[in-house]
Design a protein around this ligand. Structure first.
Ligand code: SF4
Length: 404
């Protein structure tokens, strides 16, 4: 089995990655219809189709362009392309929802540097398809690839609200905030069909259970009513994640997320409704978007965000191959530079598992990003308030609550 850790340099990866999944050959090349406003058109990181490898197969609307092998599976099925005999073009696969009755919904979070102790995720996999997403590796536990499978095969935990109710009814639960989207985005497109996040919020509101939310999708506005009710009881705070104002970059890096412009509207509308709103800038990627930090923070503040956080790119597990493949297909002119800058920021590697360091990186570039974050956070008055979610009014409903 191919192990990314065995490849000593990225040039090896470059030659291996495209051959990983002959079954995933696509026919479409990316389109590049820019809808950016005038100031953003001057962005020097603007993507140009001409910069891309014209021979590369590309699945527009998806982040990952290949399926990496699942490290937990002993066998796998692939289609082999025999040159000149069996030539075919495979069309892009639609997203598939795999409905499931799950056993649990609330997970304990072991990592000490993520700022939460519990999380719940009604969906596994994420159609947003962000190429750098650390949750991709988790999809291998479900038997799928961290690559295109992660964006196309979405597991739907259909009984999530019922499971949460049962969990909160348990006398041993001592109220602590729970993070919605601790792993995958709870407002990804599947939510439009299943409304499981809505169901979870309604249960939380009934129990006065505090939640934190992180999303890249404007669908959160559909739940403004319940969020507003919870906000009055100090039971919710939400973060919107913006990584770039460059629409061309967002469209290939986080293809099915909401535009930055719409995300700012989300911040504005929910903060006007009384919800405490924050801005997550994650990840910052040297040579691609790290120069946008100030602009993102200022725009978020101007629209009502009062707190902020960021992460620095790291490429653990299969993401190393996926990101490398994506980077060289989309930015052949600067891929080497970006890759080396990431290496420089993680002690010569691109992956990093060291708690405390892994999300921030180290070295000159990572330090510069950290300094910017500190400087502009202060300038825009971010994280100034002493605020926490309210755990003191948690209550279990009476017999009615057991009927569900
Ligand atoms: S929205 Fe979040 S969970 Fe979904 S792919 Fe992007 S980073 Fe991953």
């Amino acid at each position: 089995m191919l192990n990314p850790a065995n490849h000593k340099n990225h040039k090896n990866l470059r030659s291996i990655a495209p051959s990983l999944s002959p079954c995933l050959r696509g026919s479409k090349k990316p389109t590049n219809k820019s809808i950016m406003s005038a100031p953003l058109q001057q962005d020097h990181y603007k993507v140009s189709v001409k910069q891309k490898d014209e021979n590369a197969q590309y699945h527009a609307g998806r982040g990952a362009q290949i399926n990496t092998r699942n490290r937990f599976l002993k066998t796998e099925t692939t289609k082999e392309h025999i040159e000149g005999i069996d030539d075919w073009e495979e069309t892009a696969l639609p997203t598939q929802y795999i409905e499931q009755e799950s056993k649990t919904i609330v997970n304990t979070v072991e990592s000490p540097d993520v700022g939460m102790s519990y999380s719940m995720n009604p969906y596994a996999g994420c159609e947003h398809g962000c190429i750098y997403c650390y949750a991709r590796n988790v999809h291998e536990y479900w038997g799928y690839s961290a690559g295109m499978d992660f964006e196309q095969k979405i597991i739907v935990k259909k009984n999530a609200p019922q499971l949460l109710r049962k969990f909160l009814m348990h006398p041993k639960w001592e109220c602590r905030p729970i993070m919605l989207s601790g792993n995958t985005d709870c407002y990804q497109p599947a939510e439009q069909k299943y409304r499981l996040t809505r169901g979870l919020l309604e249960v939380c509101n009934e129990f006065n259970q505090p939640v934190g939310i992180l999303t890249k999708n404007a669908w959160i506005l559909k739940d403004k009513d319940v969020l507003q009710e919870m906000a009055k009881k100090q039971l919710v705070s939400a973060m919107v994640s913006i990584t770039s104002f460059n629409e061309d970059l967002r469209r290939i890096m986080e293809p099915r997320t909401t535009t930055a412009k719409q995300k700012l509207k989300v911040i504005e509308e929910l903060s006007n409704a009384g919800v405490r709103m924050g801005i997550m800038m994650g990840p910052m990627i040297p040579g691609l978007n790290e120069h946008e930090m100030q602009r993102i923070m200022k725009a978020a503040r101007d629209n009502g965000a009062t707190f902020t956080a960021y992460t620095f790119i790291r490429l653990n597990g299969a993401i190393k191959l996926l990101f490398h493949d994506w980077l060289y297909k989309n930015f052949p002119d600067r891929a080497d530079k970006v890759w080396h800058l990431i290496e420089q920021s993680h002690d010569g590697k691109v992956n990093d598992t060291r708690w405390g360091v892994r999300m921030r990186g180290e070295g000159n570039i990572a330090q510069m990003v950290a300094q910017q974050y500190k400087k502009y956070g202060k300038l825009y008055g971010m994280n100034a308030e002493d605020w926490s979610l309210n755990t003191s009014i948690f209550r279990r409903p009476g017999a009615q609550g057991k009927l569900f």
